[in-house]
Design a protein around this ligand. Structure first.
Ligand code: HAM
Length: 418
């Protein structure tokens, strides 16, 4: 590894790739705006308690993965491991607390101290949405359908949507009883982590990936039968709406998600290209307590992992948006020509043209090579004789044809023709 590599689990994003990033972000903005969402930008770090309380103190993210540090006054701060808790904190300052709906989306870096591997980063990027203030099965379905639409629009076909219900707080105790009785009988054959989970957080057993636990988990009784009728009806309504919206999905009672704030609908999206362990998006309905509020605020949302969307797009051979290519390359021989080139480039750039040029003293041959490398379809050449004659040469690079344009007409000519 080079001494100048970025820290493990982080990456530099070079111009050749950033076209794809911008495409994913701008398409998200378009698709989400059409559903009434506006962009919200929150700080990259928050007070630690925002995540502890929001995500749940027992979750893997809070227990093991947060980057936490103290500010000079001794207050504990944390680099955001996800977007939802910060968004909810920000919304305290809006009319959402009075029962109004807020639809927001966000794009940006998140930080989790995970062991880096393919598709698992310590600094990764999410594009996410939160629809806060309302609770209805049709809102959940609308949100999932928007994600489906987004994936289709960015060329990710064949994504697998898995959904489940977590019920509400009152459903948990009877369901936990059913699960605890069952797993207690088989716990001797399960992994050490599951033995701890039996007491501490039985739900986590359901998404254990250890081989020895798989068959036992697959044969577990359906805890959803013990949920209240209204929770079951809520889930039925979500499924009915997704079918009506033509979003293909499968149901798995093993899908519990890693954050504690979820109620009712939860979902995750995978793609065969990345395998079942690497979700490209996840989300669900949640209830979060805003600082100082006694009642929790309802919301539904999701986040996609940008690095993972790019991996899926690459596996599907989706077209890579072109990195910004120059419209024209200016070659100048002599100090006066270079100065004129700089002035022309400035004027044309203000007119919206993408201009590349050589401003250092270099041979004609070297500048021509740079012009070819830039792939610009036109080259403008100013040498001493052109300056003396008050003209510039405009060369079309694909067929090599060229014409002389007077200095006075050059800007207008280029604005119209390149
Ligand atoms: P999450 O499932 O923890 O949910 O993360 C959402 C997505 O972020 C994942 O599906 C994955 O694509 C990406 N992701 C997570 N961790 C990493 C990582 N270490 N490296 C690369 N990509 C990663 C949440 O964060 C919730 N806040 C989603 C949500 C919004 N729920 C309701 N509203």
């Amino acid at each position: 590894m080079s001494a100048f590599a970025p820290p493990p689990g982080t990456a530099d994003i070079f111009p050749a790739e950033s076209g794809s990033w911008r495409f994913l972000e701008s398409t998200a903005a378009k698709v989400f705006t059409a559903c009434g969402y506006g962009e919200l930008r929150t700080p990259i770090f928050e007070y630690t308690e925002i995540f502890q309380r929001g995500l749940g103190g027992e979750t893997e993210v809070v227990q093991k993965e947060m980057y936490t540090f103290e500010d000079r006054g001794g207050r504990s701060l944390t680099l955001r491991p996800e977007g939802t808790a910060g968004v909810m904190r920000a919304l305290t300052n809006t009319d959402v607390a009075n029962g109004n709906e807020q639809r927001v989306f966000y794009c940006g870096p998140m930080f989790r101290g995970e062991r880096p591997s393919a598709g698992r980063r310590r600094q990764f990027h999410q594009i996410g949405v939160e629809n806060v203030g309302r609770c209805a099965p049709l809102i959940d379905a609308e949100c999932i359908a928007m994600l489906h639409n987004y994936l289709q629009t960015i060329g990710i076909t064949g994504a697998v949507f898995t959904i489940n219900t977590r019920g509400v707080a009152a459903d948990r105790e009877p369901a936990e009883k059913v699960l605890r009785e069952y797993f207690a009988e088989h716990i001797d054959r399960m992994c050490p982590d599951c033995r701890t989970r039996l007491e501490r957080n039985i739900w986590r057993i359901l998404d254990c990936k250890q081989e020895c636990c798989q068959q036992i988990i697959n044969s577990a009784p359906s805890y959803i039968d013990s949920f209240s009728d209204s929770s079951k009806a809520y889930f039925e309504e979500v499924k009915k709406a997704l079918t009506a919206l033509e979003v293909p999905f499968k149901v798995s009672s093993r899908l519990v998600r890693g954050l504690d704030y979820y109620v009712h609908t939860v979902f995750e999206v995978t793609h065969d290209a990345l395998g079942e362990q690497i979700a490209i998006a996840g989300g669900g309905r949640y209830e979060l307590f805003l600082p100082g509020e006694k009642r929790p605020l309802p919301g539904v949302g999701f986040a996609t992992g940008v690095e993972r969307l790019l991996m899926a797009r690459e596996a599907l051979n989706a077209p890579v948006p072109e990195a910004g290519r120059a419209d024209c390359f200016f070659i100048g021989l002599g100090a006066e020509a270079r100065m004129k080139n700089l002035i022309s480039a400035n004027t044309l750039r203000k007119a919206g043209k993408n201009i590349a040029l050589e401003l250092e003293e270099r041979s004609f041959k070297a500048q021509m090579r740079a012009a070819n490398r830039s792939m610009a379809p036109y080259t403008v050449i100013r040498g001493e004789s052109e300056l003396a004659n008050g003209i510039a040469i405009v060369k079309k690079m694909d067929d090599g044809t060229q014409c002389e344009v007077s200095e006075n007409d050059l800007t207008d000519y280029l604005v119209k023709n390149i």
